[in-house]
Design a protein around this ligand. Structure first.
Ligand code: UP5
Ligand code: MG
Length: 206
C-alpha cells in the first residue's frame, strides 16, 4: 500500500488495556477502518475449511504469537477489501481519498513489525494504552464471564501477560525510538481515556 494514500495507526497495549473499546470510539470520531488482528485470527479460526484453524486455536490459548505470515496475510486482505468497498464513496475521514486504518493488537512481536513495515506499509503513529497488570486482570476476568473467549481464563491470561512483556514491549520501545509512540494511561474511565486518545489522533489530522 502507498503510505501517502493511507494513514495507518497501530494500537498497542497489554491484554485488556482497552484497545478494542477505544478503537470503537475512534471509528466514530474519525471514520477509521478498525482491524483487530485478534478478531481476524478468531474469525479465521472459525472459518470452515481454514487450514490454520487448529494452529490459531493453540497459539491463542497459549497466549503466544501466531506465525506472522498468517496474521499479515489476514490484515492485508482486510485492508484491500476495505479500500475496495469504500472506493468512490464519500465517507467521512475517507473523503480526501485517504483510507484510515486502526490496526489493533498488532504488531506485537519484532519480526511482525519489521515485516509489515517493509512489505505492507508504514504506520504514522502508535497509540499505546497502558495500565497495570492488576487492572487488566480484573477487566479480563470480568469480561471472561460472558465473552466466550478461550483465552479469558486465569491460565491463559498469565501467559498473555508474559508474551506481552517479552515480545510486545520491545516493539513499543522500537517505535518509541522512532518517536512514533503516544502513551495514554488507560487506568481511568473509558470516557477519560477516549478524550486523551481523540486529542492525540486529532493532532495527526490537523
Ligand atoms: N474496559 C476497557 N476499558 C476500560 C476502562 N477504561 N475502564 C473500565 N473497563 C474498561 O477491554 C477489555 C475489557 O475491559 C472489556 O470488558 C471492556 O469493557 C473493559 P478491551 O477493549 O476488549 O481490551 P483489549 O485491549 O482490546 O483486550 P484484548 O483482550 O482484546 O487484548 P489482547 O491483546 O489480549 O487480545 P487480542 O484479541 O489482540 O489477541 C488475542 C490473541 O491473538 C493473542 O494473545 C495472540 O495469541 C493472538 N494474536 C497473534 O498471535 N498475533 C497478533 O498479531 C494478534 C493477536
Ligand atoms: Mg481487543
Amino acid at each position: 500500500f502507498d503510505s501517502s494514500k493511507i494513514t495507518v495507526i497501530y494500537v498497542l497495549g497489554g491484554p485488556g488495556a482497552g484497545k478494542g473499546t477505544q478503537c470503537a470510539y475512534l471509528v466514530e470520531d474519525f471514520g477509521f477502518c478498525h482491524l483487530s488482528a485478534g478478531d481476524l485470527l478468531r474469525a479465521e479460526q472459525n472459518r470452515e475449511g481454514s487450514q490454520y484453524g487448529e494452529l490459531i486455536r493453540t497459539y491463542i490459548r497459549e497466549g503466544t504469537i501466531v506465525p506472522m505470515h498468517v496474521t499479515i496475510k489476514l490484515l492485508e486482505n482486510a485492508m484491500t477489501e476495505a479500500l475496495k468497498e469504500k472506493e468512490g464513496k464519500n465517507i467521512e475521514g475517507w473523503a480526501d481519498g485517504k483510507g484510515r486504518f486502526l490496526i489493533d493488537g498488532f504488531p506485537r512481536k519484532m519480526d511482525q513489525a519489521i515485516e509489515f513495515d517493509r512489505t505492507v506499509c508504514l504506520s504514522s503513529k502508535v497509540l499505546f494504552f497502558s495500565t497495570t497488570e492488576e487492572v487488566m486482570l480484573g477487566r479480563l476476568l470480568e469480561r471472561g464471564k460472558t465473552s466466550g473467549r478461550e483465552d479469558d481464563n486465569i491460565e491463559s491470561i498469565k501467559k498473555r501477560f508474559r508474551t506481552y512483556e517479552n515480545d510486545t514491549m520491545p516493539v513499543i520501545q522500537y517505535y518509541a525510538s522512532q518517536d512514533k509512540v503516544a502513551q495514554i494511561d488507560s487506568t481511568v474511565t473509558i470516557e477519560e481515556v477516549h478524550n486523551a486518545a481523540r486529542e492525540t489522533v486529532q493532532k495527526l489530522f490537523s
